[in-house]
Design a protein around this ligand. Structure first.
Ligand code: AMP
Ligand code: MG
Length: 269
């Protein structure tokens, strides 16, 4: 899975990076099911141990499959201990604070997995592209974000960041699909067409994010996301490998004589 990881300061040219994925759908789905079952078990152990904190950041262009990845990868995982935090256009109260204020509040506690559906990275993406703050303000944010994530990591948070990489052509198809299906119209936002028109600007802004904020303590992974089954497989696998490395210790079981004593107590009621 290392091939999807961006090394610190690595130059990124998104146009040259695969969006398609490899292998057959059948095989990928079968492998994913195995991974998903293991994830369920490990998440329960993580929760019962109550020690590690896991933060998963999802970013990507509109329609890149952030919601779908959350649904797919965490399918069947116990919702206790897994939370999703959605970052939308900031409220007046949020805008009255620094941009990390709303983000820090949502970070995982012990034993939790938190998935960020969009994140503080919007503050160097949409904010930059639409000039929502002056250049000199957003330009300082890469270092601030690295420092913030370092703080989280040093305090025991494992951070994984996934950029869902789709092609412009795939986005067109997904938008057309949404329009063709009335039950999906709620997902269609006319504003997405305006953002699509400035795809190159987003690409450039994402390249800067990937180059400047992939660190040892909070790496970015570029996930080929044109194929949903491939996207889920790769994210699931990286997550599983990460959890397996954590050395989770579940609470010890009770000594046999203690178990027996409680059983007898119940039986003698
Ligand atoms: P969606 O993910 O489709 O629900 O859309 C959420 C919208 O909120 C996207 O258009 C984001 O660009 C926007 N958004 C998220 N965070 C920020 C932010 N910090 N500043 C401005 N817009 C944001
Ligand atoms: Mg949207």
């Amino acid at each position: 899975m290392d091939k999807y990881r961006v090394s610190p300061k690595e130059k990124v040219k998104l146009q040259d990076i695969e969006t398609e994925g490899i292998g057959s759908k059948e095989e990928a789905v079968a492998k994913f099911l195995e991974i998903n079952e293991k994830l369920e078990v490990l998440q329960e152990r993580l929760y019962s141990e109550g020690k590690h904190k896991i933060l998963v950041v999802l970013q990507g262009m509109d329609t890149s499959g952030k919601d779908g990845a959350i649904r797919g990868v965490f399918d069947g995982v116990n919702p206790q201990g897994v939370k999703v935090a959605n970052f939308k256009v900031p409220t007046a109260e949020e805008l009255a604070h620094d941009y990390l204020w709303r983000v820090h509040k949502q970070t995982p506690g012990k034993g939790e997995i938190v998935i960020f559906n969009r994140s503080h990275y919007e503050d160097v993406l949409v904010v930059r592209i639409h000039n929502l703050v002056p250049d000199k303000v957003w330009k300082k944010r890469y270092d601030q974000i690295n420092d913030f994530e370092r703080l989280l990591a040093e305090e025991g948070t494992t951070i994984l960041k996934f950029f869902l990489h789709i092609s412009r052509k795939e986005q067109k198809e997904r938008l057309l699909e949404r329009l063709a299906d009335p039950s999906k119209h709620w997902k269609f936002n006319p504003g997405d067409l305006k953002e699509r028109a400035i795809w190159d600007k987003y690409e450039e802004a994402y390249e800067d994010v990937l180059e400047r904020t992939s660190t040892e303590w909070a790496p970015w992974y570029i996930i080929p996301a044109d194929k949903k089954w491939f996207r889920n497989l790769v994210i699931g696998k990286i997550l599983l490998e990460t959890l397996e490395k954590l050395d989770i210790e579940v609470p010890p079981s009770m000594p046999a004589d203690e178990v027996k004593q409680y059983q007898q107590q119940l039986e003698n009621e």
